[in-house]
Design a binder for this molecule. Structure first.
Ligand code: SF4
Ligand code: SF4
Length: 493
């Protein structure tokens, strides 16, 4: 006669972390975070030590002094959240993982997700010649030959009409990009006026933002930006000696001295939205703390975000592994400072933490790393539609043309390849709810495939995500009001 063995427990798909000497778990399938009390911690520890049946687990917990009823309740809670799994060796876990990863049989549905954010690349021209530029540098994907250099109003208007027609009710977002965005400021003005009028006529809300190298900011432009409540991100790489290494004019002159007074004036006069700095870290500019202090304390930026340069590994400006470790160590120090601020109810300007905390707080569990091609598209001067601003003007990556709309087959192909379900190397990674394989553009530059997971930085990403979890846990434990107001602050940003 066959004897049926009782099912045994195993620990589910979770990542444990500690903060302020408390224990927390990040549940990968639900992207939920919770603190472990003594009993829950004892259950997880005991199961991690060896496979136990339910009866064995209860007996063990009773022997440690926990009341049976309370232990049963806690076990049930942990089972409900899949922190622990009772069942045959991993089958249940694999089933749960597959369900959470949502293997891409639903891509066709994703193409019907409305576009809420439109990125208009007003020009593919730039008055700087930054060597690392993804648009003009050695790793560019754009193929602009024979296409217009500046967008005209007809193309912009058709793009805005597409956004209004396709977007669901709720706020619409228009972002202006380049090349250098302000080289086509007259069109930017026209678009803002047109979209505002359209939004008013349809009783809808539209918000605007732009990214600029700040060289062309003038009092008149600043007035318009401030009056129209346009969010601004300035591409700037730190103090003069770092910024001027690569952010140069065609004749090699650095641009810092031109932009610094303009940035100060912008920050002084545009007071309704936080002004953000976006720093590209390169091998010659990895002094994160110094850059941060300069941009906040000396120039007055409200937010500063850092991103390592996107480039092939053999470029001179690519940061090597020791360099990336140094960046991470400095990120940790700023994150500690962020935590101290948050525990006192104060906002800190390090937006890499803000952005990750926002995602952790919302419990995001991404099917794709970002909104590219999924709620967001970029349109180039030619009217080509691209997954995002970085793919604009690239024939290979076009998702259609503004005259015909989005090509659903191409969009489905892009989303199919970028879906977490297709990134098998990510399926056992606890950081996948927030990473989902990383930027499609970086994947293409590194691996020649937008759907390839960015495996060159996994350890870095997991370490950084763990640090943000620690900050989140500390704030949740000691100043939860900060997190409540945090979502609102992000929504208003
Ligand atoms: S790219 Fe790496 S860190 Fe990101 S989800 Fe995949 S395995 Fe995890
Ligand atoms: S593909 Fe990369 S650059 Fe484009 S929106 Fe996504 S993360 Fe940003």
């Amino acid at each position: 006669m066959k004897v049926t063995e009782a099912p045994v427990y195993r620990v589910g798909d979770l990542h444990e972390f500690r903060s302020l000497e408390r224990r927390f778990v990040y549940l990968v399938q639900s992207a939920a975070i919770f603190e472990l009390d003594n009993l829950a911690a004892a259950i997880i520890d005991r199961i991690a030590q060896g496979r136990l049946t339910h009866d064995e687990l209860i007996l063990d917990l009773e022997a440690r002094g926990f009341a049976t009823g309370v232990a049963e309740e806690s076990i049930e809670e942990l089972r409900d959240t899949y922190a622990i799994i009772c069942g045959d060796s991993g089958e249940a876990q694999a089933r749960q993982r597959a369900a959470s990863i949502n293997v891409p049989d639903s891509i066709q549905n994703l193409t019907s997700i409305p576009i809420q954010t439109l990125v208009l690349n007003l020009t593919n021209q730039c008055n700087l010649s930054c060597q690392y530029c993804y648009e003009y540098g050695a790793d560019k994907v754009a193929t602009p030959a024979g296409k217009p250099k500046f967008m005209n109003f007809e193309t912009a208007k058709a793009s805005v009409d597409m956004l209004f027609q396709q977007a669901a009710r709720g706020a619409l977002q228009i972002t202006f990009f380049g090349g250098e965005t302000l080289m086509n400021f007259p069109l930017l003005k026209q678009v803002v006026i047109y979209a505002r009028g359209k939004a008013a006529a349809e009783s809808r809300a539209v918000t605007f933002s732009l990214t600029t190298n700040a060289t062309l900011l003038s009092p008149g432009i600043i007035d318009f930006i401030a009056e129209n409540n346009i969010g601004v991100t300035v591409s700037i790489d730190g103090p003069k000696e770092m910024h001027d290494k690569l952010r140069v004019f065609a004749d090699g002159r650095g641009s810092y001295d031109i932009i610094a007074p303009k940035v100060r004036e912008l920050i002084e006069r545009h007071r309704t939205r936080p002004i953000a700095a976006r720093v590209t870290l390169t091998s010659g500019a990895v002094d994160v703390i110094r850059i941060f202090r300069h941009l906040t304390d000396e120039l007055g930026f409200h937010e500063v975000g850092f991103a390592p340069v996107t480039a092939s590994p053999d470029r001179l400006y690519t940061i090597n592994d020791p360099g990336m470790s140094g960046v991470l160590e400095q990120f940790h120090r700023l994150a500690d400072e962020y935590q101290e601020f948050a525990l006192r109810g104060k906002m800190h300007a390090f937006s890499n933490v803000t952005d990750t905390l926002a995602e952790l707080h919302q419990g995001v569990n991404k099917s794709h790393p970002c909104g590219a091609g999924l709620g967001l598209v970029g349109v180039g001067p030619s009217g080509d539609i691209a997954p995002c601003h970085r793919f604009v003007d690239s024939d290979q990556h076009a998702l259609g043309h503004i005259s015909m709309g989005i090509d659903k087959t191409k969009q489905a192909d892009f989303l199919n390849r970028g879906h977490i379900g297709a990134k098998y190397a990510c399926h056992t990674c606890w950081a996948r709810p927030v990473c989902a394989g990383g930027c499609h553009h970086e994947a293409f530059v590194r691996y020649g495939d937008t759907g390839h997971p960015n495996l060159h930085y996994c350890d870095w990403i997991r370490d950084w995500t763990n640090k943000c979890l620690e900050v989140y846990g500390a704030i949740a434990a000691q100043n939860p009001e900060f997190l409540e107001s945090f979502a609102q602050r992000k929504a208003n940003a």
